[in-house]
Each structure stands twice: as structure tokens, then as C-alpha cells.
Design a binder for this molecule. Structure first.
Ligand code: FAQ
Length: 315
């Protein structure tokens, strides 16, 4: 078969919603796009533990501490499913770790912002997990089987995280004046970076067209961002907070909320490594990796010992 006919057959499968599995033929560019997106996604889950981990020892009650601890552990699990999904495409996990630790891999811009108050833990759940769910539910229908299947569990857990965050904020919204002010101040800081999570506008998104054709992405960055703004408007009313955008208003003709311009220079600055916490995040990641060396060595030694034992038993 020629490459052209293999490609045509591959696209036919994608169009018919047949999942592509690791041993199936796939175009190199499809594999490359998946490795890029899935590894960036995995790195985001791992780095995403850091802003919240910052509050585990300072959570205001035992119940809050347990909830936060469980959430952060879930994020670690998501990173692991995603690294596993990525490995099915023929890449080594060690290489992906190296790219992350060296600072050459991308991860979501949002995790380069600081968590200054307890309300930020609520805002991450409400807005960051909320945006993540909006983006990830369609990924459960991604054309690549292992990624799609990993996303099913990830999304279930993310929706628990979103509700947990919303409930933290709802509690603050019924609290003292100081708590209400802390809630509003936190939402003011997280709103715009959350909209940036969806990635550049469609006209500036080099990967979207191909990813849509291959059914890796089911909606464009702008479509998902719009859906997110539409749902947040009503939720903000329940929390009695103002979203920090004077241009936010219902547009009857479009059937959607209009919103103000996003500061893309801030987004690209953060993506390029100049956000408020980029260097802090990489330093924490490298420290954790170095301190975990003995665990990795022990796991490898244990696996090797078991392998030898099984060989001995079989012979
Ligand atoms: N940050 O052409 P596009 C989470 C890059 S998980 C940094 O539009 P694409 C859970 C993009 O990589 C959050 N870089 O790219 C959690 C590309 O660069 P490249 C992560 C960004 O891939 C919650 C360039 O810009 N979620 O939050 C960002 O078609 C709470 C051009 O962009 C996922 O990864 C950004 N925000 O669309 C954990 C979901 N946006 O590679 C802890 C899966 C774009 O060409 C606590 N990923 N870039 O050098 C996706 O859906 C897509 O990859 C997009 C970007 C939509 C993020």
C-alpha cells in the first residue's frame, strides 16, 4: 500500500468514528501531534499539583485538608494515566520527564500563577477545573483510543474537583465581609488566566485545523472558551461575585455572552517562561524528581528481582 492510500484509509476510519489503537497504522504527524498534546497535558497535571500543594498544610479544617489532599493525589494519578497513554505512541516516560525538568516542554500556562489565599483553592476548583472539564469532556471522544479512555476517568474526577472548589467559594460567599472580599479578589486574579487556558484564538492556533480533521480536538479553542464564559456567568451570580470584565454582557443575536479582549501578550509571556511562578515551578519539579530517585531505583530493582524469579520458576 502506498502512503497516500494508507492515509486515506486512516482518515476513513477517523471519519467513521473507529478508534485508532497503538498498533494501527497512523500518519507520523498524527502520532507527533498526539505525543505533543498528551505529554503537555500530563506535565500540566503534574505541575498543577504545586499551586494547590502549597495549601495542604494550611487548609482551614480537617475536612478541607482531606478534600484538598485527595484532589492533589488525583492530579498525580491523571499525570500517570496520561504518561502511560503517551508511551503507547512509542515514547519513553524518562524522556518526557527530562523535557519537563529541563524546561523545554510546555505545560498549561495557568499553573504559573501563585496561590496567595485560601480562596485561590476554591477558584482553582471552580475556574481552572471548570475550564479543564470544558476542554476535556470532548477529549473522551478523541480518535486515539488510549487517550480517549484515560480521559473518561480523568473527567469524572475533575467534576468532583470542580464541585469541591465551588463549594469552598460558596461557603466564603456566605461568610464575613473579609471572606467575601477574599473571594472577589481571588476571582479577579483567576478569571482572565482561566480564559487563556483554552489556548490562542482560532486564527492564531496552528494546530487546531489538523487536530479537528483527525478528531483529536472536537471543538476549537474559541468555541470552548465561549461555552465556558456562558456557564460561568450564571455560576458567578450564585457566588455573588462580579467577573472582572466590564464588556461581559448577553448578546441576544449570538445567543452567547460577549466578553472583553484577552491580553495575549501576558499569555505568551507566561508560555515562554516569564510568568510569576515559572522558575519556582520548575525548581520544585526538579527537587521532587531528584528526591524521588531512590524510589525509582528501588522500584526498578524490585521489578528486576521479580522478573528473575519468574524466569527461574518457568525454567
Ligand atoms: N498553556 O495550536 P494551539 C488541568 C500552546 S489540565 C501553555 O491552539 P493545541 C487539570 C500549544 O501547546 C490543563 N501552552 O495548540 C488540573 C501550542 O504550542 P506547541 C491542561 C499553550 O494543542 C486542574 C501553541 O500554544 N489541559 O488543568 C496553552 O491545538 C487543576 C499553539 O496552540 C490540557 O492539556 C496553554 N494554556 O491546543 C490539574 C488538555 N494553550 O505545542 C491541576 C489537552 C496553547 O505547538 C489542578 N490539550 N498552548 O509548541 C488541549 O486540549 C490542547 O493542547 C490545547 C491547545 C487546547 C491546550
Amino acid at each position: 500500500m502506498t502512503t497516500a492510500s494508507l492515509e486515506a484509509k486512516f482518515q476513513e476510519k477517523v471519519d467513521q468514528e473507529v478508534k485508532i489503537e497503538p498498533r494501527d497504522w497512523m500518519p507520523d504527524a498524527y502520532r507527533k501531534t498526539l505525543v505533543r498534546q498528551i505529554s503537555q497535558h500530563a506535565h500540566s497535571e503534574i505541575i498543577g499539583m504545586l499551586p494547590e500543594g502549597n495549601w495542604i498544610t494550611r487548609a482551614p479544617s480537617l475536612r478541607r485538608k482531606l478534600g484538598l489532599l485527595a484532589k492533589v493525589q488525583d492530579e498525580a494519578g491523571h499525570g500517570l494515566y496520561l504518561y502511560s497513554a503517551c508511551e503507547t505512541l512509542g515514547v519513553e516516560r524518562e524522556d518526557l520527564f527530562e523535557q519537563l525538568n529541563e524546561g523545554t516542554a510546555k505545560y498549561s500556562s495557568i499553573f504559573n500563577y501563585p496561590t496567595l489565599t485560601w480562596a485561590d483553592i476554591g477558584s482553582i476548583g471552580w475556574l481552572v477545573d471548570g475550564a479543564a472539564i470544558m476542554n476535556q469532556v470532548p477529549l473522551c471522544r478523541c480518535s486515539y483510543g488510549p487517550y480517549a479512555r484515560a480521559m473518561v476517568r480523568v473527567c469524572k474526577e475533575e467534576s468532583f474537583h470542580q464541585r469541591q472548589g465551588f463549594e469552598i467559594l460558596l461557603t466564603l460567599s456566605k461568610g464575613t465581609d473579609e471572606q467575601k472580599a477574599m473571594l472577589q479578589e481571588s476571582v479577579n486574579r483567576w478569571w482572565w488566566p482561566s480564559l487563556m487556558m483554552f489556548g490562542p484564538n482560532d486564527a492564531e492556533s496552528p494546530n487546531s485545523a489538523k487536530s479537528m480533521k483527525w478528531k483529536i480536538k472536537r471543538f476549537t479553542n474559541d468555541d470552548l472558551r465561549q461555552k465556558f464564559v456562558d456557564v460561568c456567568y450564571e455560576q458567578a451570580k450564585l457566588l455573588n461575585v462580579t467577573l472582572p470584565d466590564p464588556d461581559l454582557k448577553w448578546n441576544e443575536e449570538r445567543g452567547h455572552f460577549d466578553f472583553g479582549p484577552i491580553d495575549w501578550s501576558e499569555f505568551w509571556d507566561v508560555v515562554k517562561g516569564n510568568g510569576p511562578c515559572n522558575s519556582q515551578r520548575l525548581a520544585a519539579r526538579n527537587k521532587a524528581h531528584a528526591e524521588g530517585e531512590w524510589v525509582r531505583e528501588a522500584a526498578i530493582a524490585f521489578a528486576e528481582k521479580n522478573k528473575q524469579r519468574n524466569i527461574a520458576k518457568a525454567s
